[in-house]
Design a protein around this ligand. Structure first.
Ligand code: G3P
Length: 218
């Protein structure tokens, strides 16, 4: 499964991309607003760090506005994926962009049928918001499983990008459900390797090596 960082914070992206384990980045207007910076400038800097997909979300909600903004952001870098909302205008723009060979991420997906329609519009990625589905007492992971089944039934190539991920268990379950990508906040990325037995085991290895004077010549 690919791991994307869900942030528009360039310093965070630089720090964690150094691990070599970040496959892409997703941004949205709320994340961009949190940085207090010019969105275009941030995207340019993110593209200089991340060779994989970088989602840049349009701000317009009408077809013509989305087309103008999408084309503008796509010029920032070849890895830009234009992010559009799951509306009629958004899917019309998705179809137009994908026909031109541009990558599109359709966001704000909350139902399997919405995801099917986005795939029919040629989306590169569909973003089901699992955390927000859980928040209203429904089954976020069930949404991922349903989309996986529909896409497999019909051979849709659209990648399932699990979004609105709140914790490591979401990542585990999304991987088991067959999501192609999880986009995660840095707080969750940092926890991906955490396990108390790893810490305890490493402390014991270090202590035993010291005690037994075990060394490696370099
Ligand atoms: O990628 C979409 C994501 O940022 C939404 O997450 O936590 O605002 O529901 P959240």
């Amino acid at each position: 499964m690919k791991i994307f960082l869900d942030t528009a914070d360039v310093a965070e992206i630089r720090e964690y991309a150094a691990s070599g384990l970040v496959d892409g980045v997703t941004t949205n207007p709320s994340l961009a607003a949190k940085t207090g910076r010019d969105y275009g400038e941030s995207l340019k800097e993110i593209c200089a760090i991340i060779p994989g997909s970088v989602s840049a979300e349009v701000l317009a909600t009408d077809f013509d506005g989305m087309m103008k903004e999408g084309k503008a952001v796509s010029k920032i870098g070849k890895q830009i994926t234009i992010k559009v909302p799951l509306t009629w205008d958004g899917l019309k723009a998705c179809k137009a962009f994908s026909s031109e060979g541009l990558q599109v991420n359709v966001t704000l997906c909350f139902s399997p049928v919405q995801a099917m329609m986005a795939a029919k519009a040629g989306a590169t990625f569909i973003s089901p918001f699992i955390g927000r589905v859980d928040d209203i007492g429904e089954d976020g992971m069930g949404l991922i499983r349903d989309i996986r089944a529909i896409y497999d039934n019909y051979g849709f190539k659209t990648e399932i990008l699990a979004a609105s991920v709140r914790h490591v268990q979401h990542v585990r379950e999304a991987a088991l459900a067959g999501a192609d990508v999880s986009t995660i906040p840095v707080s969750v990325f940092k926890q991906l390797l955490s396990h108390p037995l790893t810490d305890k085991g490493l402390a014991a290895f270090v202590a035993d090596a010291k005690k037994g004077n075990v060394t490696i010549k370099t």
